[in-house]
Design a protein around this ligand. Structure first.
Ligand code: 5RP
Length: 266
């Protein structure tokens, strides 16, 4: 890996403990103004100080994130898209950002979804390979996002397949979901794994998910809805952070969540 690639990766997966807390706010690229992201600027700004990196589209980066506020926040740019929630088959995505514009945005990594087993499986996997070629050429890591096709089960077998294919194609990090026997997914995947939080669940359950994923070998999370849709997003990202970066228990993290939430109210 050349210097640039290593340096960019170290902005996302922290070298001191090998862990990563990524805030995902890229949902609008196919969901539009999803709840919690109606005013992206208002949602993102208070969370910036607590995230290691920010995953979002170029449109929201340019319109809704102050470059000075994000001076120390590495950007993971969502570069696949071209579909919407109205389409039956979400897998029909392509690369939607040119490498020059991505570089102009001073990004730390690029993110692209693959849809293993879906209608456009081949297209998304070849897109990943093409993006990795560009990333290698310019020293920019690629985060493969294993989206789950409609009739796929988010089980160890499926997620192991998707993560391993992403790694075999040359991705540098893969984002997937937590599942039973997740440690097996980790064991069969030679690149670092971060987990998405998935649909909003109770804060305690989201903290348990984070803890179990880290315990089973994930390097961290790339969490969105379970942070920005929490009752207190700023409290939640700090609670998630103590699990990812301080190895705190769920109990401690949940207690922190409540005390920070109460503080906010006062
Ligand atoms: C949307 C994405 C999100 O980045 C990813 O799912 C993480 O967000 P969440 O924790 O809300 O699932 O890729 O397609």
């Amino acid at each position: 890996m050349d210097w640039g690639m290593k340096n960019r990766l170290s902005k996302i997966i922290k070298p001191d403990n090998g862990k990563a807390l990524m805030l995902a706010v890229d949902h609008g690229y196919f969901l539009g103004p999803t709840s919690g992201l109606e005013d992206a600027e208002k949602t993102i700004a208070p969370l910036l100080p607590y995230t290691d990196s920010l995953m979002l589209t170029r449109g929201i980066l340019r319109t809704s994130v102050c470059p000075e506020d994000a001076a120390n926040v590495p950007i993971v740019l969502r570069v696949s898209g071209g579909n919407s929630v109205l389409d039956e088959d979400l897998s029909n995505e392509d690369i939607t950002v040119g490498i020059k514009d991505a570089i102009k945005l001073n990004i730390a990594a690029m993110a692209l979804s693959i849809y293993v087993g879906s209608g456009y499986q081949h297209k998304t996997l070849v897109n990943l390979a093409k993006l990795i070629d560009l990333g290698e050429e310019y020293g920019i890591p690629v985060l493969a996002v294993t989206a789950v096709g409609k009739n796929m089960a988010r089980d160890e077998r499926y997620l192991s397949l998707s993560c391993r294919i992403a790694a075999e194609l040359g991705a540098h990090i893969v984002k997937t979901y937590y599942c039973d026997h997740f440690d097996q997914v980790v064991k069969k995947c030679p690149i670092p794994i971060v987990i998405a939080g998935g649909k909003k669940i109770e804060e305690l359950a989201a903290l348990e998910l984070t803890y179990k994923a880290i315990h089973d070998g994930a390097v961290g999370v790339d969490m969105g809805r379970n942070i920005f849709q929490a009752d207190s997003p700023v409290a939640m990202i700090q609670a998630v952070r103590t699990i990812v970066h301080e190895g705190n228990s769920v109990k401690k993290a949940y207690a922190l969540y409540h005390s920070l939430k109460k503080e906010k109210k006062t």
